[in-house]
Design a protein around this ligand. Structure first.
Ligand code: ATP
Length: 461
């Protein structure tokens, strides 16, 4: 049936309009299991250690929201309007831009490729309207509200959220103090990617604390992963997903205080091992009544997609076994890349090719072809010589017959150009590791050691 066929290689060939959960072999189910340690919600078959690693990772308790956010999340008159438009409200206050390498033009949040966030200048360049973080520093409170109301025309809510962030958000407060100091106006501001709070050792905690947020260093040397904000130069910087300030700069409605998100050096309290992004965010979305992230509707969806991309980017370069996936077959497991290269032909296609071309052989060609094939089992040497354009290459390509039966047939030629005549063709020099500096050796030998994979390939061919 279509669904049986569909699951084969489904992860590599995603089809948007097929509902994979309908397949009888797929059970996603509801998130009906709650972890005893961290209260994270999980699906039935997710392992116990998936969230907090059986209590080994713990995050700080969630602080109560300040007003007006508390009422807006918890059902005052404005609440339903706010929650229905929460992504728009967040965009009014986000300090970084949100982008993807490919956007899909469909309703809802649909993107493809990599997601990224960029941050620009603290102050707008001349004749440009302030945007993102610049709106916080427009000078006049009313002007900032008006600018934000272009995006979300709800003056009262915008104004009260703006006041809340000016009062509570560590980034806004820190940036403001830099901008207000005339002596610092031409300095760049660095938000360090790796930091240890003054007087503390980083292994003391396994969750970032709010009072270490927004460490701003002026005009020091910046590392590759640091965020640099210029006040004057017209530059935009892409923020790495694994920077601790990434989440707070993009989601001020969720991280109203500028709290840290995941960063790559968080250590587990008990084991001292590094906490992964996946551990961190599984606990972030834990089910406890005070967890306002779960109430953020579309903003929560965006956040989940964004954090998933962060987890994926952290996974790049790791081994499959770390995710419980089967390892590719390697040299140690008996089949190496070299053997795979010589056996990875589509046998059915080759059989068709051979069947349709064998019948075309002239009697002389067929004679040569049969003689070579008959010698395969006990070995032999042949030198095929005939006038040009009489079909020597044609006969040799028909030795695809061997590959169609799963045998190894190495196609080698003396030059690279000649080797392109054959499928899988390589130069004799590289295939047999022929020594090039014949002058220096009395009896030069090929550099293929016994018991190695190249030797195995030659033995099998
Ligand atoms: N029996 C055959 N039936 C159909 N086409 C053939 C046959 N033998 C050879 N050809 C075609 O004739 C052309 C020349 O053949 P091929 O390139 O194999 O000759 P060659 O002897 O290798 O030439 P050269 O010595 O110049 O390299 C090719 O297009 C090939 O497909």
């Amino acid at each position: 049936t279509q669904t049986q066929f569909y699951l084969h290689n489904a992860a590599f060939d995603y089809i948007n309009n097929l509902d994979i959960s309908q397949h009888k072999a797929v059970e996603i189910g509801t998130m009906c299991v709650v972890c005893n340690h961290c209260s994270a919600k999980k699906c039935k078959y997710e392992p116990p250690g998936l969230c907090c690693n059986n209590g080994n990772v713990s995050l700080l308790s969630i602080e109560q929201l300040p007003e007006p956010l508390l009422s807006l999340m918890d059902g005052d008159d404005q609440s339903s309007h706010f929650l229905s438009n929460i992504r728009k409200y967040n965009s009014c206050f986000q300090m970084t831009s949100f982008g993807a390498s490919k956007e899909v033009n469909e309703p809802g949040l649909k993107i493809q490729g990599h997601m990224y966030h960029r941050i620009g200048l603290l102050l707008p360049v001349e004749e440009e309207l302030p945007k993102f973080v610049q709106i916080y520093f427009m000078g006049d409170e009313q002007e900032s509200t008006d600018r934000r109301c272009h995006l979300m025309p709800s003056v009262h809510t915008i104004q009260s959220l703006q006041n809340m962030l000016h009062e509570h958000n560590n980034f806004v407060r820190s940036f403001k103090s830099v901008l207000q100091d005339p002596e610092l106006r031409d300095h760049k501001v660095i938000i360090r990617a790796d930091k240890t709070p003054a007087g503390e050792h980083k292994s003391r905690f396994n969750a970032p604390t709010t009072n270490e947020v927004a460490i701003l260093l002026l005009d020091q040397d910046a590392g590759k992963r640091d965020i640099i904000l210029h006040q004057r130069d017209d530059t935009h910087q892409r923020i790495l997903e694994t920077h601790h300030s990434h989440d707070a700069l993009q989601y001020p409605i969720i991280f109203w205080k500028g709290q840290d998100g995941y960063f790559i050096n968080i250590l587990s309290l008990s084991s001292g091992k590094k906490v992964t992004a996946s551990d961190f965010y599984n606990i972030m979305v834990r089910s406890i009544s005070s967890n306002h992230i779960l109430k953020c509707r579309e903003l929560f969806h965006q956040y989940i997609v964004d954090m998933n991309s962060k987890i994926e980017s952290e996974c790049r370069g790791k081994e499959l076994k770390q995710f419980g996936l089967p390892q590719p077959r390697t040299e140690k497991s008996g089949i190496s890349e070299e053997v795979l290269r010589e056996t990875f032909y589509n046998k059915e296609e080759l059989k068709e090719f051979v069947a349709s071309n064998e019948t075309k052989l002239t009697s002389d060609q067929a004679n040569v072809y049969r003689k070579i094939l008959d010698t395969i089992d006990h070995g032999g040497f042949f030198f095929l010589d005939a006038p040009g354009r009489t079909g020597k290459t044609f006969v040799i390509t028909l030795l695809a017959n061997l590959r169609s039966q799963g045998h190894i047939a190495l196609a080698v030629a003396s030059s690279s150009i000649a080797s392109t005549l054959f499928a899988g063709g390589r130069t004799a020099r590289s295939t047999f590791k022929l020594p090039l500096d014949l002058v220096r050796y009395d009896s030069p030998t090929c550099n293929i050691s016994k018991g190695t994979v190249p030797a195995q390939v030659l033995i099998e061919c």
